[in-house]
Design a protein around this ligand. Sequence first.
Ligand code: NDP
Ligand code: 8X3
Length: 257
Amino acid sequence: MTSLTNTVVFITGASSGIGRSCARTFAEAGAKLILAARRKNRLEKLAADLKKQFNTETFIDELDVRDNRAVAKFYKNLPVEWRNIDILVNNAGLSRGLDKLYEGKFEDWDEMIDTNVKGLLYVSRTVLPGMVKRKKGTVINIGSIAGHDVYTCGNVYCATKHAVDALTKGMRMDLVDTPIRVCTVDPGLVETEFSEVRFHGDKERAKKTYQNMTPLTPDDIADAVLFAATRPPHVQIAELIIMPTAQASTTLVHRTQ
Ligand code: NDP
Ligand code: 8X3
């Protein structure tokens, strides 16, 4: 495993779920962390915990990845010693609603497209030029099995994750003449706040997503992200698809009852 000492890792959506687990996993491996999300209070708590547990250096700030000006400002405000980002984890993302397309809500569609597709683009467009200039860097996009498959009422969310898959492939092509590596980690069911967000805060409905089966934990995904990030420089992990053992596709989940 490549050492992560003095490595700067930028994780979007670090206030919860997979992003927060990635922060902890990279902190334990000795990296320095730039953590962004809209809920800054959560980032402050996480940074304090990581300092205490692993003596991790962090730079945290509030960021809404949907706002391209805010993304540019976030980067511009980074102290100079934090600008040389070695690893970018494009994790910020969400689903909203589970409706038939002809009954979908415009605001749900806008939020998913603006976050999962445009947010990932804005952050990548901001960070990649520095990586290209320094001839060093790894980008890890958090896609989904929903980027390979479509399920009933998943229409727009699945479309955004198909877009992440296409953008990952496009990035890899555009960077093939550089040492920069581009990877996508594509999980199936992971128990996080994802379903609660999808169902607009309906905790009972969210819980049912993971009922009578063992879902992945966010740490399972963070492990895979760390693995991809720590291969020797000539090894590019292009894609990792990870599902719970009880899941075979977006539509086939074995439940014990
Ligand atoms: P969580 O809801 O637990 O975490 C989502 C994170 O994204 C939060 O930290 C949230 O922070 C952040 N986020 C959302 N919108 C924005 C925004 N506009 N700007 C900045 N940050 C934002 O869900 P997960 O951890 O599960 O989701 C992480 C990624 O994993 C997503 O891309 C999701 O699509 C993907 N994924 C999840 C799966 C699952 O089953 N859970 C499976 C496959 C993929 P805040 O609200 O503070 O801004
Ligand atoms: C989240 C996984 O199957 O709920 O991306 O769409 S799924």
